[in-house]
Design a binder for this molecule. Structure first.
Ligand code: BGC
Length: 415
């Protein structure tokens, strides 16, 4: 089977990771505070969109997912910068005139510094959802003539866990030790409400709008016999509960898949929901012996530059599972790997696309695949992991030719 003719081949990016100079984002000062490598001028995509468009065309893509930077559009509360909005409109228009469908994401981790000055509690404060709606409405009205595919939130759970759970993003709270206190009953519903309001606004504006979120989904496995319930609890919490909260306000299911995790049950009081979700980041923070002592487990799969296991065989079954649970069209909104890696991007793509194809053969209604990412970009604190089909200097990396051939033919070339 080839991929269907209508299948969308795309790439995803995010404003803060590629545009450069987003000094009004709350992340800008946060980088300094955390001692992160600075994002600086990133890929300079704010000024070099035409260069990016050339790459998108060279890859034969039919779709491009980018995000609009709230802190550029609304640099101060209630003051909208029309020249910024016009620039995003011009990008979408240029894409459209090349036959490339723009998918526009309204929130990809970055928020304006003023938002957190005015609402220091962030999404704990109900009124933030109104602020987001105001911004989204402004952007949507301008883009509506040229865009009808929308992603309200990128990885709401990753963002919320980072910002409210373990001090990774501003405002930097530590609430994940007991998510039942405020995280699940307050923060998540506020963001879900914001999604629903924006969903309604977009559909009032465009009855044909195609609206959803991009949800991170890892394949979850119990670390050992006896850990099944813990694995299920974590899967529900991290991957499914937000989708369930907005179940009737999604036209599609957007999935970001990178890896799998093993989950163990643990009695360590500071682990959320009594589980130890075995993320590579957690292993790094705890060190391997401590991680292992607490019940953490990894396996012998090749690893990427993020130390994430490469598990293409889990991808198709996971997609099929989400298809069965939610019965919505699916877009793979992100999938990719960081160099330096133990396998090449070509091998990575071949494995994941074959697995995806099997899920489609088994009935999963998948409409498109967006590779993360078009360019090597700012990986939230560092430029070391390189996720790009192109380098920051816009030279092709391994995998670019392969992906361009897939996008042109709808076939996975033989190895
Ligand atoms: C995010 C991206 C990030 C990528 C790789 C996803 O979680 O949406 O912003 O760069 O994964 O870590």
């Amino acid at each position: 089977m080839s991929f269907p003719k209508s299948f969308l081949w795309g790439a995803s990016t995010a404003a803060y990771q590629i545009e450069g100079g987003n000094a009004r984002s709350a992340l800008w000062d946060w980088e300094r505070k955390k001692g992160w490598e600075r994002s600086g001028e990133a890929c300079r995509s704010w000024d070099l969109f035409d260069e990016d468009l050339k790459l998108i065309k060279a890859l034969n893509l039919h779709a491009y997912r980018f995000s609009v930077e709230w802190s550029r559009v609304e640099p101060e509360p209630g003051r909208f910068d029309q020249s910024v909005i016009d620039r995003y409109v011009s990008w979408a228009r240029k894409l459209g005139s090349e036959g490339i469908r723009p998918f526009v994401c309204l929130h990809h981790f970055s928020e304006p510094a003023w938002l957190l000055r005015e609402h220091p509690e962030g999404w704990l404060d109900e009124s933030v959802s109104g602020r987001f709606l105001t911004f989204a409405t402004r952007v949507a009205r301008a883009l509506a003539p040229v865009v009808s595919d929308w992603v309200t939130f990128n990885e709401p759970m990753v963002f919320l866990a980072g910002a409210y759970g373990f001090h990774q993003f501003p405002p930097g709270r530590w609430m994940l030790t007991d998510p039942r206190k405020q995280f699940i009953p307050v923060v998540m519903p506020h963001m879900a409400a914001a999604h629903k309001r924006v969903y309604g606004m977009l559909h009032d504006l465009q009855p044909h709008a195609n609206v959803g979120i991009a949800q991170n989904v890892a394949a979850v496995e119990p670390a050992r016999p006896g850990d099944e319930a813990a694995a299920h609890t974590w899967d529900l919490f991290m991957h499914r509960s937000f989708i369930d909260m907005i179940r009737d306000s999604q036209d599609y299911l957007g999935l970001n898949y990178y890896t799998r995790i093993f989950v163990s049950k643990t009695r360590v009081p500071w682990m959320p929901l009594g589980t130890l979700p075995g993320y590579a980041e957690l292993e790094k923070g705890l060190t391997w012996p401590v991680f292992k002592m607490l019940g953490g487990r990894r396996d012998g799969k090749p690893r990427t530059g993020m130390n994430w296991e490469v598990v293409p065989e889990a991808f198709g079954p996971l997609v099929l599972d989400y298809h069965k649970s939610y019965k919505k069209p699916i877009y793979i909104m992100e999938n990719g790997m960081a160099e330096p890696s133990q396998i090449t991007r070509t091998e990575f793509l071949r494995g994941h696309l074959s697995s995806l194809k099997s899920a489609m053969q088994a009935g999963a209604d998948v409409r498109g695949y967006f590779h993360w990412s078009l360019l090597d970009n700012y990986e939230w604190g560092s430029y070391r992991p390189r996720f790009g089909l192109y380098t920051r200097a816009r030279r092709p990396a391994d995998g670019a030719d392969f992906y361009a051939a897939v996008a042109a033919s709808g076939e996975i070339p033989n190895g």
